[in-house]
Design a protein. Structure first.
Length: 132
């Protein structure tokens, strides 16, 4: 069985995920068939980039998305477009709609978050004033 799932990339405690099509039996970071997108939870807002045509193709031939990928597909609108494709809507129109949705999405901040926010350290002058 073929699954659409996340593959972890990035440094320690700084994950970035690729959305890949892989055999169900292969390990999380093992071999895969095709890369169809990327998910970055560290940007504000979270970045989800999906190659809509390839995602719709793999869903159409029977690939099963994992729970986390299913949520990402719902967020990006891929699940709704797939349902409309199965009802008989033209794929070209759906792909144009997806391209417009990507263009209308807000640009993510180039700064990424890394967990907790560090408090600014007190300067030496401030420490000296508090000591007096």
């Amino acid at each position: 069985m073929v699954r659409i799932r996340l593959r972890r990339m990035g440094a320690k405690k700084q994950p970035i995920y690729r959305i890949v099509v892989a055999d169900k039996e292969s390990p999380r970071d093992g071999s895969f068939i095709e890369i169809i997108g990327q998910y970055n939870p560290r940007t504000q807002p979270e970045t989800v980039v999906v190659q809509e045509d390839r995602a719709l193709y793999w869903l159409k031939v029977g690939a099963q998305p994992s729970d986390s990928v299913q949520q990402l597909f719902k967020k990006s609108g891929t699940t709704d477009r797939f349902a409309r494709l199965m009802k008989g809507e033209a794929a070209e129109g759906l792909l144009e709609e997806a391209a417009k949705a990507v263009a209308a999405a807000p640009a993510p901040s180039p700064k990424t978050r890394v967990g907790r926010v560090a408090k600014p350290k007190a300067k030496k002058a401030d420490k000296a004033e508090k000591a007096e």
